[in-house]
Every structure is written in C-alpha cells, then in structure tokens.
Design a binder for this molecule. Structure first.
Ligand code: HEM
Length: 496
C-alpha cells in the first residue's frame, strides 16, 4: 500500500499542488532538491557561531528560510523522487496530527533507511499495525508503571555523579564534555528499564546498536541513488552481520525468560519493558492480534533508539543553557533545595519543580532534538482549505515554528523560561514531542528522567561554560552540539 504511493506519478502530485497555489524550487532529475539543500547547509554550518546565541534557524534550515521567503508558508520541494510539502501553519498541523494518525505515517524511503536498524517497531509502523502496537505498549508508559522507573533513574544518576566526583578528586580535572556523560547515562537508564535483570547483556546489545545506527545513517545517504541498496557493498555486509549479532543476543534474553516461565520458576516474564511485551504476546493471542518475536525485537531496538539519544541531547543543551545563564542556574538550584530538602527527588516532588520544568521546556523550544516531523498521506486528505493527494509527504519544520517571531514574539531567539510560566498559549506552536495520537509515547518518561537527572546534578555541582566550548549546533537527524558541551564543574559540599 505504501509502495503504491510511489507509483503515482510525482508530476501529478506537483500539478495538483500547483493548482492550489503551492509551488517550490525546480527539482533536478533523480536527485530533486537534495543537492541544493546540502550545498546551503554546508555553507551555513561551515563556521562556528560567534557568540552563544540561539538564532539558529538560518544556520540549520537555510533552505527553509530561502524557500519560505520565496514561495510562502507552504511550499513543495523534492527529496530525490519523493515530493515533500513543508507546512508551518499551526492550525493545519494540529488538524493533521490529531485527526489523521492512521491514514498518514512514515514513508517508504524512511522505512527503508531504518529497516536493518529498528525495523517496523512503533516508530516506523503504519496504519493498523501501528495502531495495535501503540495500544499494547502504551500502558508501559503511564501511571504506576511509569513511576516505577524513577528508582532506576535515581540509581543510574547517582553512579554518574559519583564517577564525576571521583574524577575531579583523583585527577583534579575540572572540565568535562557533559554530552558524553549524558549519553552514557540515558543509555544505562533505558537498558535498566528495558532489561532490568539482564542489564549487563542489555548494555552489550546497545553498544552494538550504536554502531549499527551509525552504519545505517551512512548507508541511507546513498539510498537516493536508485538501485544502490541492492549492491552487496561493505556497508550492507557489515550492517547485516551486526544486525544478526544484536538479534542473537536479544533472542538469548527472550529465550531464557520463556524457559523460566515454562519450567514454572516464575509466573511472569518480568516487570521491565521486555517482560511486559512478552506478557502481552501471550495475552493478545485470544483477540486475534499477536506480537511475534521479530516485532518484540524491533520494539526493543526502537525504544533504545528513540529513548536515549533524544533525552541525552535535551540534557546536554539544558546544561549548556544553565551554564551560560548563571542566574537561572541559581534559581533552579534554590528550588530543588527547597522542594527536595537535600535528598534525592521523589516522583511526587517532581511536579513541584516548576522553574526546572520551565527551563526544560525552554530548552526543548530552542533546541528541539527532533527538528522536523514527517508524515506521508496514504489517502487523499482534506486539510483546511488544502487537498493533500495520496503520496505527498508533509514535513513540519518544528525548529522553525519554535523560533517564529510571529508565534513567540520579538524575543523568540532569547532564552527566557519565564514565557512558560503562564499556561495559556496558542496550542500547536510548542511540539517537541509532536501531538495527537501519534505523539511521543515516551514523553512523560523523558520529562521524568530529565527532571531527576538535572535536579540531582544541579544540587551536587555548580557549572560554568568552558572557554573551550564552541557553539556550533548541527543537524544529524537530531540537533547536536558539533564539538560537545564543555563545562567546568565545581562540587557543592553537602550540608554538614
Ligand atoms: C527529550 C526526549 C524525546 C523527544 C524530544 C522525543 C520526541 C519524539 C517525537 C517528536 C516523536 C514523533 C516522531 C514522529 O512521529 O515522526 C516521538 C515518537 C516516539 N518516541 Fe520520543 N522523544 C523523546 C524521548 C523518548 C523516550 C524516552 C522514549 C522511550 C523510552 C521515546 C519513544 C518514542 C517512540 C516509541 C515513538 C514513536 C511513537 C509512535 O509513532 O506511536 N521517546 N518522540
């Protein structure tokens, strides 16, 4: 079904959109506007930024800036042979994301790019398949089950803070690239929540997945050349063998849990994410929809991918923002001290950390880890006054919406958490986790994790931005600090 979208001649889509006044840059044969985009981005990101400022849309999405100026808020461009319409009107975005979650989804090109990595897990699934998976998995991310992960988060954070403190005491080092620590920490947390008792093996799987992710990202750069993915290149061979290695380890964990249940040593597959998926695999058999082992493995990989890098980036950017805004750092530290009373934060205390919450939101606004949201229409869709033909991909430029002066006012590019103090603002303009039925399933998980880690970090250390930090945000799937975030840490002595 998805494939059939590609048989619709792109020319027809172009004509339908032109009739509605949606135009864009002229595509080149096969490659569309890919080269134009690459050239503009290479130029705009060839230098670091001169100061730590957040006016980054022109740097990161120069093609968006140029084309929206020339063709208006809606324009169409070509990612190779895939036509994409950029949509930045908040009303229409809200309508698309809330009403059409099963008849729009991930395009074949996107699925192809991640086939050997996360397969058809929740993030890449479409239609009915997506709907069933979402309903099976959703309970793992709400209510008491969600709260039960807080303990793991606190434990892993304690270990990281201790290793930082030891490093300072032993080597006298003060400067740290905090991104490295955050990446390791969020990977530890997701390994524990996913594989609790098989934690060590889980970590091994995730090390392999990190390599696999890099290889797949490189290989998908060549995807736009027709036929290239059929060549048994070095990439393809390496990708296949890594994939097999990861799946073999995953199967070992799954099999040992099944054995325990079958010989009666335990009555359930476990309380971690994997256990929950296996329990569901048994339960859902009666009502017709089943999760098979391949899907469970794809899901395990999906949670690792979707759940750790995004959160690590949120944390790194927030530390950068707090390090370069000492007055907010002090305010948040005082709040944590008052709410948590010197102890580790409990789930109930987290909702009282209002200032920290505002800072995290402001960080997600300025540096949204997921910079664009893609949705392909699998059927004709009516969106406001627009007729969207089947086969058209819609791209929502989250980063540009978050920085729009029209939506946020003259200080749109300034760090000002105060703007999140009032709860009433136009819906649809703040969408770091998307919105509607297909929003981020891990949103509450990520927010809980970020608050716990930042609250614990800020009460143990004060930090300033290092003179070695180079402000150079780049987009490689997500928004990353090109050279990391170097901060100088000073331990804060605990009272008495
Ligand atoms: C700051 C951290 C995070 C950000 C900014 C973020 C952002 C997003 C966004 C924008 C989407 C929608 C993507 C799309 O449909 O194209 C998404 C989906 C998803 N996220 Fe997150 N995410 C974060 C953390 C997490 C965590 C911690 C988990 C899991 C533990 C997670 C799991 C997922 C999954 C499985 C989906 C696919 C949901 C579906 O299609 O039904 N995310 N996330």
């Amino acid at each position: 079904d998805t494939l059939s979208c590609y048989f619709l001649t792109p020319r027809r889509i172009k004509k339908i959109m032109e009739k509605q006044g949606v135009r864009g840059p002229k595509p080149r044969p096969l490659n569309g506007n890919i080269l134009d985009m690459a050239t503009l981005v290479a130029k705009s990101t060839s230098h670091d930024m001169h100061t730590i400022n957040h006016d980054i849309v022109g740097r990161l999405l120069p093609h968006y800036v140029a084309w929206s100026k020339q063709y208006g808020k809606r324009f169409i461009y070509w990612n190779g042979i895939e036509p994409r319409m950029c949509l930045s009107e908040t009303e229409l975005i809200k309508e698309l994301l809330s009403k059409y979650s099963t008849i729009s989804g991930k395009s074949w090109l996107q699925q192809q790019g991640s086939k050997h990595f996360i397969g058809r897990g929740l993030l890449m699934a479409n239609g009915e398949d997506w709907y069933h998976q979402r309903h099976i998995i959703a309970p793992a991310f709400t209510g008491d089950r969600l709260k039960s992960y807080a303990g793991y988060m606190v434990e892993c954070t304690k270990e990281m803070l201790l290793s930082l403190k030891n490093e300072i005491e032993i080597s006298g080092r003060k400067e740290f690239e905090i991104g490295e620590y955050m990446t390791r920490l969020t990977a530890d947390i997701i390994s524990r929540t996913e594989f609790d008792s098989s934690y060590e093996k889980g970590k091994q799987i995730f090390r392999l997945l990190t390599v696999l992710q890099q290889l797949c990202a490189e290989a998908s750069r060549h995807l736009c050349l027709p036929g290239s993915r059929f060549f048994p290149s070095k990439y393809n061979r390496e990708i296949k063998s890594l994939k097999m290695e990861v799946e073999k380890l995953l199967m070992e964990i799954i099999q040992s849990r099944k054995d325990c249940v079958e010989i009666g040593r335990s009555s359930s597959y476990g309380n971690d994410l994997l256990g929950m998926l296996l329990n569901e695999m048994q339960k859902k058999r009666e009502n017709g929809f089943t999760l098979n082992l391949q899907q469970i493995m794809d899901e395990c990989k999906t949670f690792f991918f979707a759940g750790h890098e995004t959160t690590a980036l949120l944390l790194s950017w927030t530390v950068m923002l707090l390090a370069s805004n000492p007055s907010w750092q002090e305010k948040v530290r005082a709040e944590v001290k008052q709410v948590c009373n010197g102890g580790t934060p409990s789930v109930d205390q987290l909702s009282k950390l209002t200032l920290l919450n505002m800072v995290i939101n402001e960080s997600l606004r300025l540096y949204p880890p997921a910079t664009v949201l893609p949705r392909m229409a699998f059927e004709d869709i009516k969106l406001g006054d627009l007729h969207i033909p089947k086969g058209l991909s819609i791209w929502i430029p989250v980063l540009a919406i978050h920085h729009s002066e029209e939506l946020w006012g003259k200080d749109a590019n300034e760090f000002n958490p105060e703007r999140f103090a009032s709860k009433s603002f136009t819906p649809g303009r703040f969408i770091p986790f998307a919105t509607g039925p297909r929003n981020c399933i891990g949103q509450s998980f990520a927010m809980m994790e970020a608050k716990i880690i930042l609250a614990m970090l800020i009460s143990r250390f004060s930090f300033t931005i290092s003179p070695n930090y180079r402000h150079a945000p780049v987009i490689v799937l997500t928004i990353k600090p090109k050279y990391g975030v170097q901060v100088c840490l000073t331990p804060i002595d605990p009272p008495n």
